[in-house]
Structures are given as structure tokens and as C-alpha cells.
Ligand binder design. Structure first.
Ligand code: FES
Ligand code: FES
Length: 155
């Protein structure tokens, strides 16, 4: 009998018989193209998703190992999370070319889910695996801090 892997993604269950990187599954099979492929080898963070409320690089996670976990992409963030990050990143001028931004948002959103009032150090640590070639990171840090404040109801 063929092996099947059941994956819980953005609140729905999907079944696949292929054991491959969840990044390729999300992009190629589910067409969730917010998940970017910057390097395919765990070095850039553009492919970051949330797994059980933690940021994970999807290129290094397989469909087999992702079974039984709660997987969220940008598309599966709550409306409130999406609005907070769109507003906060825009206000901070954090988006330049934009390629790194989905990964940065997911790293920031995972942090905010676990740590609603993160320090600058905690934000820096949360995005340390995410490469941005444009901004110098400061604006992204400000954006995540502001998104956290909005999500807490402080703004
Ligand atoms: S595409 Fe996954 S870390 Fe670069
Ligand atoms: S905004 Fe261009 S890579 Fe980050």
C-alpha cells in the first residue's frame, strides 16, 4: 500500500504520497507562493513558515516530518495578524524589494504568538536566520515591534 502523509496546513488537512520538502509542496502542489525559495538549503529564511507557533524554514522540513504538526503560511495568519504586519511594516518603511518580507513576517508573527511584548534583542534573535539584502534590518525590527504593539492592543 502506498504511503500517505496527512498535513494540517492553514486549518485544512491535505494528503500527499510524496516525501519532499514542505517548501516545494506548499509552492508547487498548493500554490501558496507567499513562501519564497531563496536558497533551498536553510541559509536565507525567505521560506519561513510557522509550525506549532514556532518559525521554521520550510526548505529543510519534509512532508513526512511535518505530519501531525500545525502548519501556517502567510495565507493562514489571522486577519488581525495580516493587517497588523501590513500596516506596521509599511509605516516603518521595512519593505524595499520585498523578497525577504514574507519570511520576516512569519518569523515576527511566530515570535508575537509566543512573546506578545518582545524586546529588541528577542526580535533580533527571532530574525537572525533571515537575510535581507536591502534594509539593514533596523526597519524590520521596528516593524515587528509595532506589529506586536498592535496585536497586544496597545495601538
Ligand atoms: S529557501 Fe529556505 S532558508 Fe533559504
Ligand atoms: S526588502 Fe529586499 S531583501 Fe529584504
Amino acid at each position: 500500500m502506498a504511503v500517505e502523509y496527512t498535513l494540517h496546513i492553514n486549518g485544512r488537512d491535505y494528503v500527499t504520497s510524496e516525501n519532499k520538502s514542505i517548501l516545494r509542496y506548499l509552492r508547487d502542489d498548493l500554490h501558496l507562493t507567499s513562501v519564497k525559495d531563496g536558497c533551498s538549503e536553510g541559509a536565507c529564511g525567505t521560506c519561513t513558515i510557522i509550525v506549532d507557533n514556532r518559525a521554521v524554514k520550510s526548505c529543510v522540513l519534509t512532508t513526512k516530518l511535518a505530519q501531525g504538526h500545525d502548519i501556517v503560511t502567510i495565507e493562514g495568519l489571522t486577519e488581525r495578524e495580516q493587517e497588523a504586519f501590513v500596516y506596521a511594516f509599511g509605516a516603518a518603511g521595512a519593505v524595499q524589494c520585498g523578497f525577504c518580507i514574507p519570511g520576516m513576517v512569519m518569523a515576527g508573527a511566530a515570535l508575537c504568538r509566543r512573546t506578545p511584548d518582545p524586546t529588541d534583542l528577542e526580535i533580533s534573535q527571532a530574525i537572525k536566520g533571515n537575510v535581507c539584502r536591502c534594509t539593514g534590518y533596523k526597519r524590520i525590527l521596528v516593524g515587528i515591534k509595532r506589529a506586536a504593539a498592535i496585536l497586544r492592543g496597545d495601538e
